[in-house]
Design a protein around this ligand. Structure first.
Ligand SMILES: *Cc1c(COP(=O)(O)O)cnc(C)c1O
Length: 352
């Protein structure tokens, strides 16, 4: 039964619908929901479909493959690797790209499979992850893309606040708008999608900072956790605790809080600072660093705290509580915590 992650599908659906409305009110017509954090979970994916989304985005083909039977488009977020072109065409309808050589390879394979593959070409507006650097020459690449018969050039996009921590603003997004205008003018065409980033761009909602040309965002964390990610502010009206973790106490004893003997390093090769607080009521829980990094989970009962752990054990200070052997402790989790927990085969999933 334990450890398990509780997943509130009803609250998640509410967030999907609220986020879609919120985006619409801010000139964003197409929200592309990013579900990579749930590692291919079908029940979660279905919630997005019930909420009316017609596309699912993931960074891993293996997850998109699990969604094969779902009646929506699939978008591959991470740039395709040349070694996986066949699977990209098989399991995704659309991908983000920044290398013309890769786009040409996708065209050849799409032809072979008798398919059309849609692409969004990525521009780096200064955050320094994927995309052509916005000051560099790109028209030659676009010219080639347009000629490819089995590639549909849907639009352009950017990704912010991922490597360099660059925060979206009207000034930064205007760089993408200039590129859009230049492409449309040069090739006498209209781009359908101008994808202005991820959950960090949600920070601009209500501020009149999103250029009207930006009509799409790719959003994960803001839907799953109800917060923007530029400054981690909670979005009012959305649910913030859709996922919780539960783990079981397998030892409950009062012991000294300071180790008794000569001290070196712990099982992870770290030297830990331990404060002597005298006798302490302590609990060991059956979960560990193999499942989640312990600084990404937060006990809901504020009388208790995590004091350490190893691969398979979590040690907590439960002084002044009456927790006992066999009791279940519940935690809130953050996005990286959820990502690891959903990827651990040792964590059960309990849908509500
Ligand atoms: C993960 C990812 C997103 C979504 O990021 P969130 O911060 O969860 O909204 C968007 N675009 C790309 C390319 C991604 O890899």
């Amino acid at each position: 039964m334990y450890p398990r992650i509780n997943i509130n599908l009803k609250k998640l659906k509410e967030n999907c619908i609220l986020m879609k409305d919120l985006a619409k009110n801010n000139g964003i017509d197409f929200i592309m929901p990013v579900v990579k954090v749930v590692a291919g979970d079908i029940k979660v994916a279905n919630v997005f479909i019930e909420a009316g989304f017609d596309i699912l985005c993931d960074s891993r083909l293996k997850n998109l493959k699990l969604y094969s039977s779902l009646p929506v488009k699939k978008l591959l977020l991470r740039l395709p690797a040349l070694s996986q072109i066949k699977d990209v065409i098989t399991y995704s309808d659309m991908s983000l790209n920044s290398e013309i050589k890769t786009v040409i390879a996708l065209d050849i394979e799409a032809k072979r499979q008798n398919k059309k593959h849609e692409i969004i070409f990525m521009f780096d507006l200064g955050d320094l992850r994927e995309g052509i650097f916005y000051k560099d020459e790109y028209l030659e690449d676009i010219k080639q893309i347009i000629k490819l018969e089995n590639i549909v050039f849907k639009g352009i996009g950017t990704n912010l606040t991922c490597y360099g921590g660059v925060v979206p603003s009207k000034k930064i997004l205007q760089r993408l708008v200039e590129i859009k205008k230049n492409i449309e003018m040069t090739f006498d065409m209209k781009l359908e999608i101008i994808s202005g980033g991820n959950s960090s761009s949600v920070f601009l909602f209500g501020k009149d900072e999103i250029p009207s040309e930006i009509n799409s965002l790719r959003i994960g964390e803001a839907i799953f956790f109800g917060k923007e990610t530029a400054y981690s502010t909670l979005i009012s009206g959305l649910n913030h605790t859709i996922f919780t973790l539960e783990a079981e106490i397998i030892e409950c004893k009062t012991k000294p809080s300071f180790p008794d003997g000569e001290m070196s390093i712990n099982s992870f090769g770290e030297k830990v600072e331990i404060e002597d607080k005298g006798l302490m009521k302590r609990a060991i829980l059956a979960i560990g660093k193999q499942d989640v990094q312990l600084n990404n989970i937060f006990p809901i009962d504020n009388r208790i705290s995590i004091i350490g752990g190893s691969s398979d054990h979590l040690i907590m200070d439960i002084t002044d509580t009456d927790y006992k052997l066999g009791d279940i402790i519940e935690f809130e989790v953050n996005y990286p915590g959820l990502l690891h927990l959903m990827n651990s085969p040792y964590i059960k999933r309990n849908y509500k």
